[in-house]
Structures are given as C-alpha cells and as structure tokens.
Ligand binder design. Structure first.
Ligand code: Q46
Ligand code: ZN
Length: 306
C-alpha cells in the first residue's frame, strides 16, 4: 500500500476517505483537518486564551499537543477525580507533558477542594458514577475557565464519540440533547464559556496514530467505570457498520450537523441564570454541582425541589 500523497510506503489506511498515508503525510492530513475544523466552525484564533481539558488519554493529549504545535495559546486543565490508580497515573502523565513542553497546567483535586468522592456521591444519589462525574467535570471546566479568564474550553471528543452520542440521542429521540449536539457550544451567558471539539472529524484510531508518531506519553488504561457503559455498546454497533460500509459514521454525524437546522428542532428556550449559591450559570435556581455538594455534606435534598 502506497501513500496517496507522496507514493512512499503507507503506514495507515483511512478507508472512509479512500486513502492511505505515510507518517509525514498522515501528520500533514491530521493538522489540516484540525485547522479546517477550527476555521470552518470559528472555534478560536491565535489571540484567544484556550483551556484544554486533559485526562491523560490519547484524545486529550493529541488535541493538547496539536494546538500547541500549531501555535495556539493553550493551557491544560486536569481534574483529579480521585478514582484510584487511574487518577494518579493520569495526573502524572499530564504533569510530565506540561513540564516537557513548558505549557501551563491547572490541577483541581475534587477530594481536597470539595471533599467529593465519585463512588460515595453516586451511591448516595443513586446515580451512575459517570453521570455524577460528567456533572462535576462540566461544572469545573466552565467555572475555572471563567475565573481564569479563558476565552474557550477545548475537549478531545473524536468522531467515534460524537457519532455514538448522536446515535444514542437519536435512538431516544432526545430533542434537548440533539439541539446541543455540535462541535461548538457558543457563549450564551457572560459566565458561560464557549466549548469546542476540534477533533470531531478524526477517529480514535487516528488520534492513536498521532500520539504514537509524535511519541506523546498517554494513559492506556481506561477508568474502571467506563466498563459496560452504554456508549461502548453504541460504538461497537457503529464500528460494525463502519467495517461493512466505510464512511457511515462520518456521513451520519456530518449530515446531521448539516441538515439539523432544517429539522425544525425547536430553538433553545432555556434562559440561563446565576446559581443562588455559587453564581455559575444554570437553568435552575441552584446548579447541579451545588446540589451535589449539599447532598454530600448533609445527605439532604432541600434545594432539589426549589
Ligand atoms: S472518568 Fe468519569 Fe469517565 Fe470514569 S467516571 Fe465515567 S465519566 S468513565 S470519561
Ligand atoms: Zn452553584
């Protein structure tokens, strides 16, 4: 198999584009994809202060590295979730990367700063750990970006993640989530920071190649709570489809993004206000993070019904 661009020996075949690349041409393709996504979706520019949410996994390490390489003003944000060895190892991986590349890193430890333990809270609230964890991370990404005056928050979501999320939301016809499915969540409140996903057209496999070719250290293990997650099943179904019909995932996602505006999905009516306790944007009187903290400290549900 030869590289479609330079005719040298190819190292990766990308069936959905009916192409194959050698390592240099793959890296060229990868950075062009990222740059095109940033420009086409007006994600940010070189004057913006960019906060990259990093977990130590291949996707977030790839996006952190490519944005730094392309000359964007990036800092990392690592939330230490206190999930045993997984969190310890991830923290070390991101700290080493930040030191090596001289990129600032903000670390927040939810146990130390908020006395939160994902396992305990999820038991207490009868919610899945990932649901509690997702709430906590989304809240802290926004709060820290706002307090530290960042213009935008970047996450490493890839094509597989986005197609699986869309698939799940379509299976449930979850209009509220479908409305928000986009590589860009705009600033809709002065305290709500824009969120973007520059890798949404690149697959997990391409991100893996990117980190391997650049010799970027990343954590291979997954969090213990990811086992049996519904998103994994959705990914498996889509992978099967992709095997039989390369390009299915990308067509599914990109066509949705292109045509969703014609689907007459009602416009977002929700008006964000400020949480009575912490002042962060929320659609309720008290944000879900403050409600989690309240449960955690008192085991009571007083503010939940307000
Ligand atoms: S860290 Fe958190 Fe993930 Fe672990 S608890 Fe679930 S959401 S699986 S990306
Ligand atoms: Zn709050």
């Amino acid at each position: 198999m030869k590289c479609k661009r330079c005719k040298k020996k190819a190292v990766i075949e990308i069936k959905r584009h009916n192409t194959a690349f050698c390592s240099d041409c793959f890296l060229h393709y990868y950075s062009k994809q990222v740059e095109r996504n940033i420009t086409h979706y007006k994600m940010f520019d070189k004057n913006d202060r960019i906060l990259v949410a990093v977990s130590g996994g291949k996707d977030s390490m790839a996006v952190w590295h490519i944005l730094a390489t392309l000359g964007y003003n990036v800092s990392g944000l690592f939330i230490d979730l206190g999930i045993g060895e997984y969190s310890k190892k991830s923290r070390n991986v991101v700290a080493r990367f930040s030191e090596k590349l001289h990129i600032p890193l903000i670390v927040k430890d939810i146990k130390k700063e908020y006395n939160l333990d994902i396992k305990e809270v999820s038991k207490r609230l009868h919610r899945k750990p990932c649901s509690v964890c997702g709430n906590i991370k989304r809240y802290l990404f926004n709060k820290i970006a706002f307090e530290e005056k960042f213009d935008v928050v970047v996450t490493g979501h890839n094509l597989d993640d986005e197609a699986a999320t869309l698939f799940g939301n379509v299976l449930n016809w979850d209009i509220e989530y479908l409305k928000r499915q986009s590589p860009v969540l705009p600033k809709t409140h002065q305290k709500f920071i824009k969120k973007v996903k520059p890798l949404f057209t690149l697959t997990e496999r391409e991100n893996l190649y990117y980190v391997l070719l650049n010799k970027i250290e990343f954590l291979h293990e997954e969090c213990e709570y990811s086992k049996g997650a519904r998103s994994i099943l959705l990914k498996e179904v889509l992978n099967k489809l992709e095997e039989e019909s390369p390009g299915s995932k990308q067509r599914f996602l990109l066509s949705f993004l292109k045509f969703s505006k014609y689907l007459n999905i009602p416009e977002e009516k929700e008006i964000l206000k400020e949480c009575r306790i912490c002042g962060q944007p929320t659609s309720a009187d008290i944000c879900s993070f403050c409600r989690i903290l309240e449960y955690n400290s008192s085991g009571r549900v007083t503010s939940l019904h307000q």
